[in-house]
Each structure stands twice: as C-alpha cells, then as structure tokens.
Design a protein. Structure first.
Length: 71
C-alpha cells in the first residue's frame, strides 16, 4: 500500500516544493488552470504573472504547475 499510493504522492509533493522554491522573476510558467505567463514578481505566498495580452494576474505559488523552457 505504501509503495503504491503514499510514496509516489510524497515524491510529487517534494518535486513541487522544489519547483516553487526555485521560482525566479522572468521564469515562464504554466498554472494548474492552464494559464501561461511570465513571472513579474514573487512574494511570500503569491506570484504575479504577466500573460500574453499584457494583463497581470496574482496567483498562489501552489497553483504553479510547472516551468516552460525559456525562449
């Protein structure tokens, strides 16, 4: 049971914590909701993203799903 359910979940959680801890201004990211953006600023619990239209959005750090490659 441990190896099938708990261990993989903990591994994904650690990977996400590492990802969130390494976020920097200028990183291109995608949120869990599917929004692509570039990080404008970072605070203790939130991130301000600039999206393609030029608008800015404030989202929680936990809602960042992953980084995109920089181009």
């Amino acid at each position: 049971f441990y190896f099938l359910l708990i261990r993989p979940q903990r591994k994904r959680q650690k990977e996400h914590e590492t990802l969130v801890g390494e976020l920097r201004r200028g990183d291109k990211v995608i949120t869990n909701g599917g929004i692509y953006g570039t990080i404008e600023s970072i605070s203790e619990d939130s991130v301000v993203l600039k999206v393609e239209s030029g608008a800015t959005l404030r989202v929680t750090k936990d809602s960042i799903g992953g980084k995109r490659s920089r181009k």
